[in-house]
Design a protein around this ligand. Structure first.
Ligand code: PNS
Length: 158
């Protein structure tokens, strides 16, 4: 059974994340979405809110689970018996940080590989920060996020 971890802050989950998840499901038997608990990014949404939004967005999809984790990603992957980590690559500017992280994770645990997936090109300019900024200024983000996220963003920025 090939298990892969898809880690991130998911503040909030976007259609770009979902695109990566669907692709990962064609390559692995099981995808575990790992929400990082202690991030210095100061998330807009609480962990519970992010968890709920992800769970609603993936309702009905098989071979997928959502968990939270703390500490090192490779340790979480090991605990979950995962052999790989998925990261999405949208553009060249993502590469430097992702490459550094992938190599460090490999140094920490040789048995866990990082697999990069490219989302559909319509999502290459998308990220959670941009979505939050648009939503804050009441722009329509319904093309970019699942329904539940759109609703939660509207509630946050009433
Ligand atoms: O998509 P994001 O929000 O940039 O995700 C970053 C994440 C969660 C993948 C990264 O911060 C992480 O793995 N944090 C856990 C701590 C860790 O293992 N750090 C060492 C990475 S080399």
């Amino acid at each position: 059974m090939k298990i892969v971890i898809y880690p991130g802050t998911f503040d909030p989950i976007t259609n770009g994340h979902l695109d990566i998840i669907y692709r990962a499901l064609t390559l692995f038997d099981k995808v575990i979405i790992g929400i990082l608990l202690n991030t210095n990014k100061k998330p807009l949404f609480t962990t519970e809110e992010r968890l709920e939004m992800i769970e609603k967005s993936i309702e009905g999809i098989k071979n997928i689970e959502v968990k939270t984790f703390d500490g090192l990603l490779v340790n979480f992957a090991d605990e979950m018996k995962a052999s790989a980590i998925i990261r999405g690559l949208r553009q060249v500017s993502d590469f430097e940080y992702e490459f550094q992280m992938a190599l460090m994770n490999r140094k920490l645990n040789e048995n866990i590989s990082t697999v990069f997936l490219m989302p559909n090109e319509k999502y290459t300019y998308l990220n959670s920060s941009l979505i939050k900024e648009l939503a804050r200024f009441k722009a329509d983000v319904s093309d970019f996020v699942p329904e539940i996220v759109n609703r939660k963003l509207k509630e946050k920025f009433l």
